[in-house]
Ligand binder design. Sequence first.
Ligand SMILES: [Cu+2]
Length: 223
Amino acid sequence: MLKNGRFVMLSGAVLMLAACTTNDTTDETNGSQEDGVTQIEESGQEDAATDETSDETEDLDLENAGTDEEVASITVEMYNTEAERVGRAIFDEGENGVTIILTLEDIPAGEYGMHIHEVGMATPPTFEDAGSHFNPTDAEHGFDNEAGHHLGDLPNLVVPENGIVNEVIEVEKVSLLPDVDYTLATEEGTSLIIHTEADDYETDPSGDSGERMIGGVIFAPQN
Ligand SMILES: [Cu+2]
């Protein structure tokens, strides 16, 4: 939902609009990260982050107050094929793209394709409603493809034997801000999908990365 040019409508994702609630800082001008929790401050509005143990994150819809503050960060809850929450992906707006801080656990060891997809749905067990890769430049798939790559293409995710993922992924050009080039806040929304096989970085359009194993909604569709 757009409001004064600034959105916020997230379903399956948590927008954390929290003023600094820790005791050691009173700065209210910038998003900041502490202990893996990203906070956004927006003037005149506060909203507590949904607790990790809550099952209510899917119902969270937030609208900001129409300030000129830029949306700096969103948190995407990630689910497996059993619809169990397996972690989260924090998306932070940067100067030339978005940084994803991906934290997962209990993931089978292996190497998996991972992409931003072009529909803001990610319904287990198949996640097929996430659609194809996010590809606003109409390129072909793959970092090694001469006619590539999709802006939603991401490096393969390597999961170690302990099943724990703590990765920071830089995604160039894309944005969390509405109404800019290559925004992820499209009418159709966007999602983050992890596959069952490694992406070969070449085969158009999917990288031959198998089925869909984990997913989460970045931006829900806007209507
Ligand atoms: Cu994909």
